[in-house]
Design a protein around this ligand. Structure first.
Ligand SMILES: [Zn+2]
Length: 124
C-alpha cells in the first residue's frame, strides 16, 4: 500500500467522524506490519475537552485488536497532528507519518514531529 493509498483511506474514513460541534472531520488510517489497516476518526463531546482525535481512536482501536507499539509502519492523517497526538505517534513507534497541511502532503517521522520527546526511558 502506498502513502497516497493510505491517505485516501484516511480521507474516506473522515466521513464517519462525530464532529457536530467543530464540523471538522478528521480521519486517520494506520498501516500495521501485518498488512492490516486500522482506521479512526475524531469523536467530539458536548463537554469539549473530552473529545478524542482521530489518531488516538485509530491507535486505541489497534491496541484493542492486539497490536502493540512498534507494530506500525505508517500513519496517514487528513490534518496536521496536534501536539498531544504527536506524543501518541512517538509512543506507538510508527515509522512515518503522512498528513495534509495547508494544501500540501507532508511526510515526517515522529521524532521530526516531536523532537526531544518524553518517553519511557525518562521514567527510569
Ligand atoms: Zn490530536
Amino acid at each position: 500500500m502506498t502513502d497516497a493509498e493510505l491517505l485516501a483511506a484516511a480521507d474516506a474514513i473522515a466521513a464517519r467522524a462525530y464532529a457536530p460541534y467543530s464540523k471538522f472531520h478528521v480521519g486517520c488510517a494506520v498501516l500495521c506490519r501485518d498488512g492490516r489497516v486500522v482506521e479512526g476518526v475524531n469523536v467530539e463531546n458536548a463537554a469539549y475537552p473530552l473529545g478524542v482525535c482521530a489518531e488516538r481512536t485509530a491507535f486505541s482501536r489497534a491496541m484493542a485488536e492486539g497490536h502493540r507499539p512498534g507494530d506500525f509502519v505508517l500513519a496517514a492523517i487528513t490534518a496536521s497532528p496536534c501536539g498531544g497526538c504527536r506524543q501518541w505517534l512517538a509512543e506507538m513507534g510508527v515509522e512515518r507519518v503522512v498528513f495534509r497541511n495547508g494544501g500540501r502532503v507532508v511526510t515526517m517521522t515522529p521524532s521530526e514531529l516531536l523532537p526531544e520527546s518524553f518517553d519511557s526511558s525518562d521514567m527510569a
